[in-house]
Design a protein around this ligand. Sequence first.
Ligand SMILES: *Cc1c(COP(=O)(O)O)cnc(C)c1O
Length: 443
Amino acid sequence: MTVSGASARDQEWANRLAIEGGTPVRTTPLPWELPGANWIGEEERELVDRVVRARSPFRFYGPDPQHMVETLEKEWCETFGHRHALGVSSGTAALSIAMWALGVGPGDEVFVPGYLWVSCVSAVVRSGAIPRLVDIDETFCIDPDDLRRKIGPHSRAVLCVHMSGAPGRIAEIAEICRENGLGLIEDCAQAAGASQNGRAVGRFGDIGIFSFQLNKNITSGDGGMIVCEDDDIFKRIVALHDLGYARNEAGRLDTSDENCQLWGIGARMSELSGAMVLAQMRKLPLITGAMNSAKWRIRNALADIPGLGFRTILDPSGDTSPFMITTFADEATCKRFVEAVRAEGITGQPGSLTCITMREWGLHWYSNIPSLVHKRSNSRDGMPWTHPANAFAEAYDYSFGALPACDDLHTRSALLAVASSLTDADVDDIVTAFRKVARVVLA
Ligand SMILES: *Cc1c(COP(=O)(O)O)cnc(C)c1O
């Protein structure tokens, strides 16, 4: 009697949630989520060192150029099947260059999803065009049906964002763009190495962009890449990322081509960044492989829990998996679940955002971007909102409520960062904590 009574009590203590005074599943923080940063090592050091020893950090000329950026671009094309690739200084700069390369400007609207990053909107606004919100579906990317409904006389391009490591219904979106004569830019900043049915992201649209900022799948601290199939568009991209002109064989500016006299943004990639990204891209399959394996082990181990939903991933083998997105019946359950899981020790290093509700995910949601909601401008004249050619967009509203499906998912979904260096024990702890919390919170 006493023995079984004690063990029942032990069991009760083990089952009691940490948030209610029970023992947490773990007490050490999970590793840093920063996927590429976890893998920085001798290879990066060796290539960066070569640039330093050659005293040649500029890609176009110098004492003894090591051609790091050029080699990176070549290997990027060979690996993913792109015709052209160009290293740039950031993903944000890449997006502006993409807008200008397609000639987007006042009088145009560019479709952007409601789940995105602030850079996607700022690139449209800086071009003088108007961002037009389009809803998302359970892939957490553009809903093709809402896109079809919203196409009008001012629609010029679609900025499709492959959020949180994987594309959504990109083949269908590309088809809609072709049928309607819309440009298609793929923002692959969060999805380097991702694919769908064997086709790499960035190969579905006219232009693809990548980022190598610290949080991305591979990193040089800052950096970016632009890919493109079309020779003429690529010529514009090259001039725009530089000083508005082409360069000759010696790496000097060539102003003679009348068809290539533009306004550049000064977003070249340095050889130091090129060296780091080159070493990182050679590890990309290992990095995304580690995240994919960990995330899908977690997802599969939680698949049978009623009330716990997951983002739709159309092709799991092409998912780079830096994040696992879960969905709940309502906002209160979502919040309670995440707080309880965090109390079980499923948290990251101090200052990181490892386990959060989507409500806490800042500038990834359109309605959290004050400069968009309030239609702010960098200049005194209120551009682009006040431009006469943009009068068609006067009634466009960017506050919460503009996108029903997006707002719904925003309020009742959560995000777990899947580190590229999770151990089997970390994976087991995550599964144990989720199951423990589900038994109480989702009962
Ligand atoms: C990070 C990110 C960018 C911007 O890249 P930076 O290199 O930080 O300028 C653009 N779009 C998305 C979706 C991103 O996640």
